[in-house]
Ligand binder design. Structure first.
Ligand SMILES: [Zn+2]
Ligand SMILES: [Zn+2]
Length: 310
């Protein structure tokens, strides 16, 4: 049941994110034993706690990764709520959307643009928002050259925003299907994961959770370039060589979750630029298969679970 300030949401669709795999496989510490994963939920408000004012039953809402913050610490007060030490996460600290029903604090529920259907919207709620924050963290100059390492759910949405804003996008990824999708979406080139892009990069984003790619991406940067690491988990990086990997003021930055402001900005941009997710629907009862296929890289774009139980 929802708490006083929470909504009860009937799940219609829930995206499958790599973080769900990290939670299940123990790459991330256990926050709640046996937690139900899922933090890309599109659903309908079924009810709410006594303190909720501004939602109505039947309204469509999105439930994302960032679930709660204290609103009050030094990070929250400087608009970096993604760094709040007291933050809680959907599908990690509280049961998420791989279920018929879930709950969300009303202040952290997202209103969704009307023109997109449930399945198309689901991957936007983590993959899309995180890709957007990573793009902003990568400080791509106007009309700049952007390299994307890995091309799954998050990268393929990020690429569409970058291209719509005038960037030249080069994709380095292992899967042939993902490389094809990249070119279809307007990438200027698509090569293997460890290949050198056809021109030096102003900015790069590492989406693959592979630390070995950090020096590869740093060496692909032009002078003054920025590499942002988008994932919540990364395998260990090999030693970096100062001269080839970091000198000439190259920058290495991480990306930690997102703020609600990132979500609002991204959802508005996605609607304006017609950003669309390439999706593969699975019935909710086949969540395990969707995760297995994600791990094996068996689909391009993003998997979405559709509630076939209620
Ligand atoms: Zn805080
Ligand atoms: Zn996620």
């Amino acid at each position: 049941m929802p708490e006083d300030d929470e909504l009860l949401v009937r799940v219609r669709a829930c995206g499958v994110c790599r973080t769900d795999l990290h939670v299940i496989e123990g790459d991330l510490p256990v926050h709640r034993p046996g937690v139900t994963p899922g933090h890309e939920v599109v659903g309908v408000v079924e009810g709410f706690g006594a303190a909720v004012r501004d939602f109505t039953v039947g309204e469509r809402v999105g439930v994302a990764w960032l679930r709660r913050t204290d609103g009050d610490c030094v990070y929250c007060r400087r608009r970096s709520e993604n760094l709040c030490p007291a933050s809680l996460y959907t599908g990690w600290d509280a049961d998420g959307g791989y279920a018929e029903y879930t709950t969300v604090p009303a202040a952290f529920a997202h209103r969704l643009p009307g023109e997109l259907d449930d399945i198309a919207l689901a991957p936007m709620l983590c993959a899309g928002i995180i890709g957007y924050r990573a793009l902003r963290r990568a400080l791509l100059p106007p009309g700049g050259r952007l390299g994307l390492y890995g091309f799954g759910g998050s990268a393929h949405l990020c690429a569409q925003v970058a291209i719509a804003e005038g960037a030249t996008v080069h994709v380095m990824t292992r899967g042939a299907a993902a490389r094809r999708l990249a070119l279809e979406l307007g990438a200027a080139s698509a090569r293997g994961a460890y290949d050198v892009p056809p021109e030096p990069l102003d900015s790069a984003i590492l989406f693959a959770p592979v630390g070995d790619l950090v020096p590869v991406a740093l060496r692909a940067l032009d002078r003054g370039g920025v590499l942002a690491i988008a994932g919540i988990h990364l395998s260990d990086t090999p030693p970096l060589h100062y001269e080839s990997d970091l000198f000439y003021e190259k920058e290495l930055r991480s990306v930690t979750a997102n703020t609600r402001e990132d979500a609002r900005e991204f959802l508005a941009l996605a609607a304006r630029h017609g950003v669309h997710a390439t999706t593969h629907a699975y019935p909710l009862s086949q969540a395990g298969q969707a995760l297995t296929d994600l791990k094996a890289g068996r689909f391009d774009g993003a998997a979405v679970l559709v509630n076939d139980l209620s």
